[in-house]
Design a protein. Structure first.
Length: 151
């Protein structure tokens, strides 16, 4: 079934500030249909600009030095951990080597007690990826995954 879209209607909706997704919902089609339609009919795209996020170097440094992870700082400030990482790098906030603060026996004990890597990371204020890499580096054997258990 071919859906007939009106160029003027789509253009007006788009120029009013609606996103492709919102236009699609309003017209009962998918966002990709609207994206292709606007490209095909040369409907000029609005300039993309991310709202400027103003972070305070002292605040971020203080939170980080108090032991908060970049993820937790991001959650507290309403930004992504990637933005926190880039901000810290650009503003020369020294990073701590999180893996130096982690004890092999503690991680092994927590993991053997049944805690997930995510829960261990949360308890220690680091990411589950760091826990995974730490365990691999220190030869802490991982449990069988759900898929391995099914075989």
């Amino acid at each position: 079934m071919k859906i007939k879209l009106d160029k003027e209607e789509v253009t007006n909706l788009y120029n009013s500030g609606m996103s492709h997704r919102k236009i699609a919902k309003a017209l009962g089609v998918s966002g990709s249909v609207i994206a292709r339609f606007t490209a095909k009919h040369n409907i000029k795209a609005r300039p993309f600009h991310r709202p400027k996020t103003h972070l305070n170097r002292e605040q971020v440094a203080s939170m980080y030095e108090s032991g908060m992870s970049m993820q937790k700082i991001g959650e507290a400030l309403g930004v992504s951990d990637t933005l926190v990482y880039k901000f810290m790098k650009e503003n020369n906030v020294p990073s701590r080597k999180a893996s130096q603060d982690i004890n092999r026996e503690q991680v092994a004990s927590m993991y053997e007690s049944g805690m997930s890597m995510q829960k261990i990371g949360e308890a220690l204020g680091v990411s589950d990826t760091l826990i995974y890499r730490f365990m691999k580096k220190h030869n802490i054997k991982s449990r069988k995954s759900f898929r391995q258990n099914k075989e």
